[in-house]
Design a protein around this ligand. Structure first.
Ligand SMILES: Cc1cc2nc3c(=O)[nH]c(=O)nc-3n(C[C@H](O)[C@H](O)[C@H](O)COP(=O)(O)OP(=O)(O)OC[C@H]3O[C@@H](n4cnc5c(N)ncnc54)[C@H](O)[C@@H]3O)c2cc1C
Length: 411
């Protein structure tokens, strides 16, 4: 049986960071990774550019059913600026800020470089990664206080401390299918129901044509929260882009609970150009051309035609519209109810909502309250952020804190 002071389960963003910090204490660290590669999600992230961090963050960029105060305490352990310095100076990865989106990317625009600096740093600390090690069981021997970990290939490992970083259920084909959740549950750890988040929605497009490929910046309102202007994309099956992805958990949670609770169907309301009703009233009142030509000045032609497909006044002079017609049109332009019918699930989700509640974690150490030698970090916990580097920031922060704490425990 192989043994180590600390065993990290999962070599994703959180697990790699945790292992680096755990090894910095001088502990013998072993990482068990289910697949044949570390950081597969890092490699596919940000359209293979990897949005490493946001420029600024606030708690409102995150979702959890746990107390936001607990989340605040964990984020206090490492600021965005300090985390950025770690990447640039300790790991040697130059970052560049994309000013219009407030996101940090590697200067090389290569997600592979992010993954490689983490793995290289890990190896340089003397830690070891074993690949194709699917962890299927976790047990504690109460007499020796040792943890025993079993892998699918029939091998066993023993350790004093475990860092659990098996991720969520999104993109199950690359190793994150919830097997980590199952093992934890069998160990007696409570996990709140999970749901796909940051996933595209399905539904018909306005008008009669399929608008796939059209992208624009919209303001989207969900659960009374209006977004700032964000990307919206018509896909073959429905809708995507940051504005839709950020709101998608309202839909996925509703669909999941539909048969069990009387919760109201979430309404996603789209303002196509982001302009106010008053702005459109002025545009129509002063517009020289037809309704269609006035709208086409602000929206893509194909979308304009789709929105006007059942409009009898589409080719009338804008300035001559009656108040009733104008009000109806402006409602379509500023408060269009997105006709979603479903979502694309974990297969396309960037992250997972739900998981281990923060209430069951000591926020000073990331240890589970049930056992001070079991640490958790990353997507397995009931926390996710919106699009913009917020999810990796959570993985780096929680991974670092778990690694430092496990290192202190095993010294
Ligand atoms: C397409 C896509 C693009 C994204 N882009 C961004 C972005 O640009 N910026 C951003 O902030 N976030 C992005 N995200 C989200 C981000 O990738 C995740 O938040 C982050 O990877 C979570 O890190 P983690 O270490 O907790 O989990 P993961 O990165 O999923 O790592 C978990 C690891 O554990 C392993 N594992 C699972 N079960 C077991 C087991 N039983 N035994 C052993 N090993 C196991 C898995 O194989 C995996 O390697 C993106 C996600 C996707 C899917």
């Amino acid at each position: 049986m192989k043994s180590a002071d600390i065993i990290v389960v999962g070599a994703g963003a959180a697990g790699l960071t945790a292992a680096i910090y755990a090894a910095s204490s001088g502990s013998r660290v072993l990482v068990l990774e289910r697949t044949d590669k570390a950081g597969k999600k890092i490699l596919m992230s940000g359209g293979t550019r990897c949005n490493v961090l946001p420029v600024v963050m606030s708690l409102s960029d995150y979702h959890t059913d746990s107390s936001p105060n607990l989340l605040r305490r964990i984020f206090k352990s490492w600021s965005v600026a300090a985390c950025k310095d770690w990447f640039q100076h300790d790991l040697g990865l130059p970052l560049a800020c994309e000013a219009d989106t407030n996101k940090w990317f590697p200067v090389s625009n290569q997600a592979r470089d992010v993954r490689d600096v983490l793995v290289n740093k890990l190896i340089s600390t003397g830690a070891q990664i074993l690949y194709n090690k699917h962890v299927t069981a976790l047990k504690k021997d109460e007499q020796t206080q040792n943890w025993f970990i079993s892998t699918e290939d029939g091998l066993k490992y023993s350790t004093h401390a475990v860092i659990w970083a098996s991720g969520g259920l999104s993109v199950p084909t690359i190793g994150t299918d919830g097997s980590g959740h199952r093992v934890l549950k069998e160990t007696g750890i409570s996990i709140t129901p999970t749901y796909p988040a940051l996933t595209p929605l399905t539904g018909p497009h306005p008008g009669t044509d399929n608008l796939a490929g059209i992208s624009l910046n919209v303001k989207l309102t969900a659960a009374a929260n209006a977004s700032s202007r964000e990307g919206f994309l018509f896909t073959h099956k429905g809708f995507s882009g940051p504005a839709v992805l950020d709101a998608s958990h309202h839909v996925t949670r509703y669909v999941q609970q539909e048969n069990t609770t009387a919760s109201q169907k979430p309404e996603l309301s789209v303002n196509w150009s982001g302009d106010s009703e008053q702005v459109w009233i002025t545009r129509f009142a002063t517009g020289k051309g037809t309704v269609r030509s006035v709208i086409r000045d602000y929206l893509p032609n194909r979308l304009t035609d789709a929105l006007l497909s059942d409009e009898p006044i589409a080719d009338k002079r804008a300035a001559e519209c009656s108040r009733t017609d104008r009000t109806r049109l402006i409602q379509k332009l500023t408060r269009f109810t997105l006709p979603w019918t479903g979502h694309e699930g974990y297969r396309k989700a960037e992250v997972t909502g739900g998981g281990v509640p923060l209430e069951s974690i000591d926020t000073a150490t990331m240890a589970h309250k049930q056992d001070p030698s079991l640490f958790l970090c990353g997507e397995i916990i009931d926390v996710f952020g919106r699009i913009g580097g917020f999810n990796f920031y959570w993985a780096w922060v929680s991974g670092r804190l778990a690694g430092l704490s496990a290192g202190r425990l095993s010294r």
